[in-house]
Design a protein around this ligand. Structure first.
Ligand SMILES: Nc1ncnc2c1ncn2[C@@H]1O[C@H](COP(=O)(O)OP(=O)(O)OP(=O)(O)O)[C@@H](O)[C@H]1O
Length: 263
């Protein structure tokens, strides 16, 4: 079905436990996930169930306790921290809910950063950053600082920054979380266009509109992937209580599907 038989991202048996003093939180309890080039994968699930941890671990932003993660030909946790950081800069782009733009830099200076850290000459970096900003409709705002831009414009700058180095995969964590409904709709449309142009994206979201706009919806409950498939045949993301019992989770998912079909 996929053009390439080797997944761009392949995670197997990934576990992650946070330890603070004597307190332990098992945030990921054995996650397997493959993503092929060109896919748009939405990740949904109730709050506190491990979505952000999943994104952080699968992108190598955070360490894992067990398992393996391969991204774009590299075994992320078999390399040094420095090599992983360099691989991330080359192969991955990030979009966060809170934009994470540098306030004292202009839009174009923010967008060119990933190019400068990977050694692109300054003039070429500036040219490519301007061209990328134009593609998200912000050429007229290139010299404005983030504080002079609306939330939707800031998120478009963030998306331009995530894409400028032409990464193999873009990770987005709640990209519409800080935006009003209309602006969120525009950002969803932009992400869809980015995907249509061939970009592989993994998007964590609470936004049902965004979650259902992809071809594949991965549902995370209690640190596990409990459903993975096309949104239409999948369970709606609910905030139903979670349990430690995967069978109960599957029953809950089934019940939710049945409820939706009955509507
Ligand atoms: N740095 C940390 N230290 C300790 N516990 C953490 C840390 N980060 C996350 N957790 C815990 O791990 C669990 C999973 O958190 P995570 O942020 O991945 O969930 P989430 O599904 O993304 O939630 P939300 O939808 O609210 O963003 C939660 O119980 C959370 O409290």
């Amino acid at each position: 079905m996929h053009a390439s038989p080797t997944p761009l991202l392949s995670a197997a048996g990934v576990t992650k436990t946070y330890r603070t003093g004597s307190h332990e939180v098992a945030a990921l309890r054995g996650v397997d996930l493959d993503v092929h080039a060109g896919e748009l994968v939405m990740v949904m699930g109730p709050s506190g169930n491990g979505k952000t941890t999943l994104l952080n671990c699968l992108s190598g932003l955070d360490d894992i306790d067990a398992g393996t993660v391969h991204v774009d030909g590299a075994d992320l946790f078999a390399m040094s921290d420095a090599a992983r950081t360099a691989h991330r800069a080359r192969s991955m782009g990030f979009v966060f809910q809170s934009f994470n733009l540098i306030p004292v830099l202009s839009a174009v200076e923010n967008v060119e950063l990933p190019l400068l850290v990977t050694g692109t000459p300054a003039r070429l970096a500036r040219e490519r950053a301007r061209a990328r900003l134009a593609r998200v409709g912000l050429d007229a705002r290139a010299d404005h600082r983030p504080g002079e831009l609306s939330g939707g414009e800031q998120q478009r700058v963030t998306i331009a920054r995530a894409l400028v180095a032409e990464p193999a995969i873009v990770w987005a964590d709640e990209p519409t979380g800080a935006l009003d409904s209309t602006t969120a709709g525009e950002v969803i449309e932009l992400l869809r266009e980015v995907h249509a142009a061939g970009q592989t994206l993994v998007v964590v979201t609470h936004d049902d509109r965004l979650g259902r706009s992809g071809q594949r919806l991965v549902q995370v409950r209690d640190g596990r992937v409990v459903a993975d498939g096309p949104p239409s045949s999948d369970a709606p993301a609910t905030d139903a209580p979670v349990t430690d019992d995967p069978a109960a989770d599957r029953r809950a998912v089934l019940a939710a599907v049945t409820a939706e079909t009955a509507r």
